[in-house]
Design a protein around this ligand. Structure first.
Ligand code: 0X9
Ligand code: ZN
Length: 732
């Protein structure tokens, strides 16, 4: 249920006509730092999240156009009538507000509307939410925050800070923190996870750090594209970039300027601005601050520290484990990609930013750039507000979940969906303390059972070195899924568990239908330059060259083992023989891939499948450029595509390709066709489909130690004993 379901209909402020007269939106092609600096000094503003070299949308007035022409900076004019562009956007907002889909989140909200809602939340949930003033701006507005935590003594609880809108025009960065507030208060005593989290954690949210600037972007005589605060610089230009005013690497020269007209003006000194001071003092007042997110828009990124350099941040593995968790959680909601990485890798370096200052104080701190990825930039269509909020709530929850456990568990190769019946599935794990715990490395334990009831057997997890461990998950012989969780103890006597609470991970059971390890030539049908042999490390005009061996052994099937695929290529296929799959269910294709291919506007790589000799259907095709630099294991579910067919053929395709840019193309190895079992019965030791006396007898006749995986070891603890008998009886 949504809070406050009444929809307020307010007509959005419509900018007075003529405000942007003499200004155009252009696409500038900036060749070097000098051109960029000069444009910046002249106050030409970028409509990317930030100005940069290369091709970028910018606001140019006549003086910028004159300068660009003189400096021979290439540009195209995209829009001369900015006022009508803004008017159109205002109309789309007004319509969205009238339609009211998404309730409060149907349209962006002004500073006043945000304050009203904060106060409503406090009134509706006085036990767990309290509004407070973080500080006061140049123009005398309050910067408001809200604290959310379970009733009772909150001293010693972990603290988390989320803020939005250091940058005025990044409107969706206000809506996301508001939505998270709603979800937390509404989840209290309703959602068990949120309730538990609020008992151990105090969450502080400041939706609008820069209310003066924010109001200016709505004001009739304001400026929709305003970024900075509203300091009066006593000259022709106002404002300081709050996200350049922080006292870590302040005015360091990476995307900073001392020109008051610049959008990245650093201010007269570090922390010169009341907004930055207020947020700084808030952070200083949080003794247990463990994690922070500074929300911005746009580009869809989860940015790790440092912003100011390419140095490695403290606790880098943990920093990355959490940013990957956040990015994965976001992706899982609406399929939107928010790449995780550093500013240096994904965006640009920036000095004097909020998260660097927080990182330096020892907390985990990130910048999240919200939707969209590019155009239309800050003017996110109103119907994308709610989905953006939903996916970032998932990201915020991932952060809360992560810090609940003071130990981080991560899986460098991911967690397996299935393993082979009767074999051990190897699972590499990284285990590392997030806070100050010291781990007892030899206490790492796998808790595993077949099926979803009965006791868990314990097996020790091997400690390899440093933070690296390897677990071996037993996969049952009769097709019952394995459920497992992992634990480790620390010197303070605590046990840390993954996943949290009572959750478990599951791995399915697969049996092999066919397996081609490619060590001998399977003589599949080929066309073009497809062939079996040893790859030679050739090619790589773009992307990476071919490998020099298989994933295992020396041989592979590849497209041009000598080098790159050709330009202007028609589709060239590699086709397996017809494989009998009658009576098999849930068929999976798994193989090792080493693929380099240009993005699909130009070149294509794909996999198709057909059942019973019918029409080919595409199982997978590249949706972006692919540049493998190592073998990757991939798997695909065939069951939807082939239904109940009795035979199947699989086909890999290289092409079509366009007339330029060659890549090294497909290499494939260790191709397996597997069937996933879903009919198995727990306790059925001999796999005959019933749990009966024959299973008891089987256990008794195998009584004792079990080497590897044994059918009779139904509680997979490596010994066949009374617990196995009880398991069979329990499932009779
Ligand atoms: O430049 C900024 O302040 C942020 N981007 S925005 O487009 N919203 O202005 C990015 C700050 C963090 N930057 C890096 N980690 N490089
Ligand atoms: Zn920003």
């Amino acid at each position: 249920m949504m809070l406050f379901s009444t929809i307020t209909i307010t007509i959005g402020a419509i900018l007075s006509a003529g405000q942007y007269e003499g200004t155009s939106i252009v696409r500038a092609h900036i060749e070097n730092q000098k051109q960029l600096n000069t444009l910046r000094e002249l106050g030409a503003r970028s409509l990317d999240c930030f100005d940069h070299k290369g091709s970028t949308p910018m606001l140019f007035d006549d003086s910028h156009i004159e300068f660009a022409e003189k400096m021979k900076i290439d540009f195209e004019v995209l829009e001369t009538n900015i006022d009508s562009y803004i008017l159109k956007y205002e109309q789309s907002r007004e319509e969205a507000r009238m339609r009211g889909l998404g309730g409060w989140y149907s349209d962006f909200k002004t500073w006043n509307e945000v304050n009203t809602r904060l106060n409503q939340v406090e009134q509706a949930y006085p036990n767990i939410a309290s509004v407070f003033t973080v500080g006061v701006t140049h123009e005398g507005r309050n910067i408001n925050g809200i604290r959310i935590t379970a009733p009772g003594d909150s001293v010693g609880r972990k603290q988390v800070l989320w803020n939005g809108c250091q940058h005025a025009r990044e409107w969706v960065a206000v809506m996301v923190p508001m939505y998270i507030i709603d979800a937390l208060v509404e989840g209290w005593n309703v959602d068990s996870e949120i309730t538990t989290i609020l008992e151990t954690t105090e969450i502080i949210i400041v939706p609008i750090v820069n209310p003066d600037g924010y109001e200016f972007t709505y004001a009739p005589n304001g400026d929709r594209f305003w970024r900075k605060n509203r300091r009066n610089n006593s000259g022709s230009c106002e404002g300081v970039d709050l996200n350049r005013n922080w006292g870590f690497a302040w005015n360091g020269g990476d995307s900073t300027s001392t020109n008051t007209c610049s959008d990245v003006y650093v201010g007269p000194s570090a922390f010169s601005e009341p907004e930055a001071q207020a947020m700084r003092d808030l952070v200083v007042s949080l003794p247990n601050l463990v994690a922070h997110i500074d929300f911005h828009s746009y580009s869809q990124l989860v940015l790790e520290p440092w912003a100011s350099s390419n140095n490695t941040p403290p606790r880098v593995d943990i920093v990355k484990a959490l940013s990957n968790d956040i990015s994965d959680a976001i992706l899982s909601v609406h399929g939107e990609t928010y790449a995780a990485g550093t500013g240096g890798d994904l965006l640009y370096l920036a000095d004097g930013v909020f998260p660097d200052w927080v990182t330096d104080r020892g907390a985990l701190s990130y910048t999240i750039e919200l939707r969209p990825t590019g155009s239309p930039g800050f003017d996110l269509p109103p119907n994308e507000i709610l989905p953006t909020c939903e996916e970032n709530l998932a990201g915020a929850m991932a952060m809360l979940r992560f810090i609940q456990n003071s130990v981080s568990f991560s899986f460098p190769n991911g967690v397996p969906g299935f393993g082979l019946a009767g074999e051990m599935q190897t699972l590499p794990i990284n285990i590392e303390p997030v806070f100050e715990e010291v781990l007892l490395e030899n206490t790492a334990t796998l808790h595993v059972r077949y099926g979803s009831n009965g006791p868990f057997a314990t097996r020790s997890i091997q400690h390899d070195s440093g933070t690296q461990y390897t677990a071996q998950i037993p996969i049952s012989t009769c097709g019952v899924n394995s459920e497992y969780w992992i634990s480790i103890e620390s010197t303070d006597g605590e046990t840390h568990r993954y996943p949290l609470g009572e959750e478990v991970l599951q791995v399915g059971v697969a049996t092999e239908i066919q397996n081609w390890n490619m060590d001998t030539n399977p003589n599949w049908q080929t066309s073009g330059l497809w062939s079996w042999g040893t790859p030679t490390g050739g090619g790589g005009q773009y992307g990476n060259p071919d490998p020099t061996t298989g994933a295992t052994g020396q041989y592979v099937f590849g497209y041009n083992l000598q080098g790159d695929y050709e330009n202007n290529l028609a589709e060239k296929h590699l086709v397996t023989p017809t494989i009998n799959v009658s009576n098999q269910q849930n068929i999976q294709l798994q193989f090792d891939r080493y693929l380099n291919v240009e993005q699909p506007s130009y070149d294509h790589a794909s996999i198709s499948v057909r059942g019973d000799g019918g029409a080919w259907s595409t199982l997978w095709t590249n949706t972006s450029v692919i540049e493998d630099s190592q073998w990757v294991s991939v798997s695909y579910d065939l069951s939807q595509t082939i239904g109940t067919a009795n035979t199947v053929e699989i086909r890999w395709t290289m092409g079509t390709t366009d007339s330029a840019w060659r890549y090294s193309g497909w290499n494939i190895d260790d191709v397996q066709l597997l069937a996933l079992s879903n009919t198995a019965i727990q306790g059925d030791v001999n796999c005959d489909g019933v749990v009966d006396v024959s299973d008891l007898l089987n256990i008794i006749s195998n009584w004792g130690f079990c080497e590897g995986i044994c059918g009779a070891d139904t509680v997979p603890d490596g010994s066949i004993n009374v617990s196995d008998l009880l398991q069979v009886i329990g499932n009779w």
